[in-house]
Design a protein around this ligand. Structure first.
Ligand code: NAP
Ligand code: F7E
Length: 326
């Protein structure tokens, strides 16, 4: 019998990469999405798996919908990837962010506790929880949290609730504390995709400038396709635990910009980039860099795609998208 997994956030960036991995491993994959009059399957189409996923409707804001799903499907594994995931919007929509990212996780955990307590649960935790916290310039599983955004704060609640269900009820729950991971499926608001898309547009003469916020902040950027392997591996261990996942190398936004323009043969990127205060945040996370030694040792996880390879694959994918529209 095929193993079953319920993946929330199936139409986002990570959902499709994880679904592809699970399908390759022979799982039956249920993909949870909100109700739409016109769902957007673009990301699943991009990976060629739309017709292989079983779609189910549910909303993290609607406890009964989660209870119905968990009770009816009783999946062996639940990967909770759904979230209001854009940090920048979380100041303006702090309540909604908390309802989805914090309370939504409690609802899902309760559904598992009452209706399918042997289900294993993965929570998409984040390096944003660290904020200003660091341990000798890195963040690892022991680094304390000092979140800087309503998004980061909502994820801290979910992180501890995930641990609390493990400690209180013996449910197999894991937090993957993932650092920024990107791909051609990244939402256009996030800085890497905004840059790869902007650079492609400039190269093709469709745009004259790229407006960005803080160019100095540093992120540990990896490839989403590599990171979903870590999610899967966490739920295959004998014991549930929490793991930091990242490459251990970081770069500034400015370095990402330079690298992206290099891909299309433009050296004088300053001519095109405009710093626009509208894209700066009320409180910034200046510097994130993972120490993923535990994930490497216990899960045997390794990132495969380097920073220059990631930038190149994103810029080339955006060039291809625009060229296909010509
Ligand atoms: P994403 O592209 O923004 O996808 C999130 C998905 O969640 C979207 O498809 C969205 O659906 C869905 N969603 C939002 N609110 C929902 C609700 N109330 N009920 C059900 N679904 C809802 O995010 P991602 O980059 O794939 O990230 C996946 C998860 O990892 C998120 O939890 C994120 O916070 C976390 N994370 C991401 C990173 C990263 O660098 N990518 C790093 C650490 C942690 P709609 O299509 O309906 O909007
Ligand atoms: O910003 C700076 C911005 O929005 C990265 C989410 O997946 O990763 C992501 O959160 C940096 C920040 O990602 C612009 O100020 C400059 O310092 O791409 P981002 P994020 O905030 O790091 C974490 C791990 C998650 O969990 C989140 O879900 O880039 N920046 N100029 C800009 N950022 C944006 N978006 N737009 C700009 O114009």
């Amino acid at each position: 019998m095929a193993k079953t997994a319920l993946v929330t956030g199936i139409l986002g960036q990570d959902g499709p990469y994880l679904a592809k991995l699970l399908l390759e491993k022979g799982y039956k994959v249920y993909g949870m999405m909100r109700r739409y009059s016109k769902p957007n399957y673009e990301h699943l189409d991009y990976l060629g798996i739309t017709d292989k996923v079983d779609f189910v409707e549910g909303d993290l804001n609607d406890e009964a919908s989660l209870i119905n799903l968990v009770r009816n499907l009783r999946p062996e594994e639940v990967y909770n990837l759904a979230a209001q995931s854009f940090v920048g919007s979380s100041w303006d929509q702090a309540k909604l962010t908390a309802e989805i990212n914090a309370l939504g996780v409690l609802y899902l955990l309760n559904a598992i506790k009452f209706f399918s307590p042997t289900t294993k649960f993965y929570q998409a935790s984040t390096s944003e929880m660290f904020g200003l916290g660091n341990t000798n310039g890195y963040q690892d599983e022991k680094t304390s949290f000092h979140p800087r955004s309503p998004y980061g704060i909502s994820k801290v609640y979910a992180y501890w609730m995930t641990i609390n269900f493990r400690e209180s009820y013996g449910i197999f729950t894991c937090n993957g504390v993932l650092f920024n991971h990107e791909s051609p499926l990244r939402g256009i608001q996030f800085v890497t995709r905004k840059i790869s898309d902007g650079v492609a547009r400039i190269k093709l003469g469709l745009s004259k400038e790229l407006r960005l916020g803080n160019l100095e902040s540093k992120r540990d950027w990896g490839f989403a396709g590599d990171y979903v392997e870590a999610m899967y591996l966490m739920l295959q261990q004998e014991k549930p635990d929490d793991y930091v996942v990242g490459t251990g190398v970081n770069h500034s936004v400015k370095e990402f910009v330079e690298e992206a323009f290099k891909v299309v043969g433009i050296d004088d990127w300053h001519k095109y980039v405009v710093v626009d205060p509208r894209f700066k945040r009320p409180a910034e996370v200046p510097d994130l860099k993972a120490n993923a030694a535990k994930a490497k040792k216990i899960l045997g996880w390794q990132p495969k795609i380097s920073f220059p390879e990631l930038v190149k694959l994103m810029v080339e994918a955006d060039l291809k998208r625009y060229e296909a529209k010509k």
